[in-house]
Write a protein that binds this ligand. Sequence first.
Ligand SMILES: Cc1ncc(COP(=O)(O)O)c(C=O)c1O
Length: 450
Amino acid sequence: MKSGNNSETTLWHPFTYSKDIESVPPIVIDRGSGMYVFDRDGKAYLDAIGSWWVSILGHNHPEITAAVKAQLDRLEHVIMAGFITEPALRLPRLLGTILPPALTRVFYSDDGSTAVEAALKMAIQYWALKGEKRNRFVSFSGAYHGDTLGAMSVGAIPTYHSLFHERFATQLFTDPPYCYRCPVGKEKTTCGAECMDSLEAIMANEGERVAACIFEPMVQGAAGMRVYPSKVLRRVFEICRRYNVLTIADEVAMGFGRTGTMFACNHAEVVPDMMCLAKGLTGGYLPLAVTVVTDNIYREFTGAFPSERIFHHGHTFTGSPLGAAAACAALNVLIRDSLPDGVSDTMRHFREQLQRFDDIEITGDIRSIGMVGAVELVADRVTKSPLDANRRIAFRIARRAVEKGLLIRPLGDVLYFIPAFLITREQIDWMYETAICSIREVLDEEARGS
Ligand SMILES: Cc1ncc(COP(=O)(O)O)c(C=O)c1O
């Protein structure tokens, strides 16, 4: 094979239609500071979604930047087998100061998907080591747990997962905890977490074969920031406990204060057997993730050669000292400034002002928790019928907003905001005003038939 000089070699962008890129090329971002990123011409964009939900402390945070630079001057990487680094040792201790006390063992991986893969494998092997063959998982309809095959098998968003479910392992799915379109016809006032009757039914039929139930606590992120009540989560734990099934809380998106408590599970005062953390872990600086488990789980994996009591799993960059240094610095800021408590007033403003979207005729649902806010757009408020997908209304609104310097990206027909904690009240007001203005412009365009 000859090495080429192919000037055509170029990028393949994730989650993006190639034709969209041809009509509007991606904006090249040059630098970031706090709530903003700046393109090569110096134009500022207020980052309303924390750049794929990772930037919890803002861009180019001086303390995290300094920690990564200092680590870079010492060591970039070392094999995490027989060796370890000081930041990689320090991070579990720091996590221990904010995690529920029962979660004592920290396993490193690279990102949300790999943290989930590790959890799924641990669950299967845990039961195998106890002499039980449990190889199925339960998750919620509407779930998103990542894009690797195992994580996709427990995902349930048709656009992303259907093709692969048909060809690979498929798991068991409950009804979606989707309050705006409640699968069991309840209202907020009458809800008794009946959507999880479906979990009870699955467990009654398959409980003995189920290794674990995996869920996004309090908010189904990729499904459209669907916030659900803590009673649903409590019921999940109650059912899983009764059927002796492990619980895996995927806090990849909602951990580290996004929902107003350090972990989303805290809303229901429940402690899972395993917790997956990524995204905000490093303040959005570097790919690093952890799967945190109880002593009960870890104990099954403690043994000596040649027993099976070993977890044969690990990635090349596992325990990256650079990632760990970033994570330690990010956690120090989070803990020192007692976020998210420290910004509870801002969160209140963020949630109150979100109601402004109610004046828009295509607003179907407004939902929020902590620093997560979403507006679901519909064609008809009364029937809740969806917008004509071919019109790509939310997509066009987001493009308008980006032109105005507001970085948002919709999930289907859902516009959402999940900014860093340092956002100010004025920035929140501008963010909503700009989004509303963008909606109005696109609706005007629609009315004119253009
Ligand atoms: C709840 C949840 N789990 C897992 C993932 C996958 O994380 P990653 O994209 O870092 O692999 C995501 C990503 O959005 C997520 O929201």
